[in-house]
Design a protein around this ligand. Structure first.
Ligand code: ADP
Ligand code: MG
Length: 421
């Protein structure tokens, strides 16, 4: 293919209907189209999928896309099918397919119709699939949610560790693309090493969310009243309140309701119908507040969430960033308020005590960063960005004054004294 002749903007418009690339997309796509190993770090919502979908659509052969969640793969396949006249342009290969379906997938790949083949990492270990793929033209391997390869990530999947080995069996010199929203230097190092792409072209977008305001308050026995007051000061605005346990979710949702706040609970213990009803109520703004465990949020795209409150401190800065990231997607106001008591850290440590020692050590190290964040008296934005390996100037950086420590340096002292009670 004559690379120089490809007009990426035209292809973008043709396939996706967009007139402009978002952020670093064009640079990433150019790297992939040139067959380079490529590493992409972009926050959630940054548009990572398109970075491999577009090159796949305009390349010869089939791109293998590894992704950890079957539901996400299905969504993507449906979306790609809807923009192409060929149903077979994208397929999912997983254990739920029957023989006829597998044959269809293989035929479409063999005939060059399939541009994107989504596979769960555990399916890719199947001998039959590996043998089949070895004989085919593979344009590249895209590893989405690549942080799953690292124990330092928030979603470690041991099967991701085999990818490099499997890829070697499928073919030589197949370019590898790793994509993740996990920006910590440790995780990135693990990804590159485990995928064997230490020479990759790396593209990293900034993780700064200048419109988000970060605040930590001491968690006392009056926390429910504190939360009620906050929500009432923000009446009519949409917000999410995260709690650690299902029980707390139920209790707090009820407390809020009793106090005249339009709130519903959301956690994995509710049946699917209730969950989707509560989610819709939030999206349709029939209610203002969702009180939830971390089960809530994946794939929720409500642009005008105005606050994210953590009733309980999360287990890592990473999780905190992801969860607060659901606020202010539209660029408008987004208040991120975490309640913190050291006692909660001890509780989280205790939860881990049954786990293998290596996991406990990682969990402990991640928690220590959370403690440091909660107790810091410097710019919280600087802290978060530094955690992600990013420089931030607390005087001139975008959003520099958007946190409690910067706006009210004295408050931190009071907070610390409270904590020592
Ligand atoms: P990520 O995987 O990085 O979280 P997604 O790939 O899910 O992000 O994309 C997030 C959203 O951005 C999607 O709704 C997608 O359609 C949209 N998007 C991606 N690229 C563009 C673009 N060039 N112009 C406009 N919207 C885009
Ligand atoms: Mg994605």
């Amino acid at each position: 293919m004559g690379l120089t002749e490809i007009d990426l903007h035209k292809e973008l418009k043709r396939y996706f209907g967009f007139s402009q690339f978002k952020g670093l997309q064009e640079e990433v796509i150019t790297s992939i189209v040139h067959g380079r190993d490529t590493f992409v770090v972009m926050p959630t919502g940054g548009g990572k999928s398109l970075c491999y979908q577009l090159p796949a659509l305009i390349s010869d052969g089939t791109a293998i896309v590894v992704s950890p969640l079957i539901a996400l793969m299905k969504n993507q396949v449906d979306a790609i099918r809807s923009i192409s006249s060929e149903y077979g342009v994208a397929h999912v290969l997983n254990s739920s397919l029957n023989k006829t379906e597998v044959k269809r997938v293989k035929d479409d790949i063999r005939n060059g119709i399939t541009k994107l083949l989504y596979v769960a990492p555990e399916s890719l270990t199947k001998e039959d699939y590996v043998d089949f793929l070895r004989g085919q033209t593979i344009s590249f391997l895209a590893v989405d949610e690549a942080h799953c390869i690292s124990e330092w990530g928030h979603d470690f999947r041991p099967e991701y560790r085999n990818l490099r080995h499997i890829l070697k069996r499928i073919g030589d010199n197949i370019p590898v693309i790793g994509l993740t929203a996990t920006a910590t230097p440790k995780v990135q190092e693990d990804i590159l090493k485990n995928l064997g792409i230490t020479n990759a072209n790396t593209f990293k977008a900034s993780f700064n969310r200048p419109n988000l305001y970060y605040e930590v308050r001491p968690k006392t026995k009056n926390i429910d009243a504190d939360i009620i007051r906050f929500v009432k000061q923000n009446t009519g605005k949409s917000g999410i309140i995260y709690c650690l346990s299902r029980k707390k979710v139920e209790e707090l949702a009820q407390t809020l309701q009793v106090n005249g706040i339009k709130a519903v609970p959301y956690h994995a213990g509710l049946d699917a119908k209730t969950r989707s009803k509560h989610q819709d109520m939030f999206l349709m703004e029939d209610i203002d507040v969702v009180v939830a465990t971390i089960a809530f949020g994946m794939g929720i795209d409500k642009p005008d969430v105005r606050f994210v409150i953590h009733h309980d401190i999360p287990k890592s800065i990473e999780s905190y960033y992801q969860e607060t990231g659901r606020a202010g997607r539209d660029g408008g106001e987004g208040h991120c308020l975490a309640f913190y008591a050291y006692k909660d850290i001890e509780k989280l440590e205790k939860f881990m005590s049954g786990k293998p020692v290596a996991e406990q050590e990682i969990g402990h190290a991640l928690l220590q960063e959370v403690v440091a964040y909660a107790e810091t008296s410097v710019s919280r934005r600087k802290f978060i960005l530094h955690y992600f390996g990013e420089e931030f100037d607390e005087n001139t950086g975008e959003g520099a004054n958007m946190d409690d420590n910067v706006q009210n340096p004295k408050k931190q002292h009071e907070a610390k004294e409270d904590l020592e009670l």
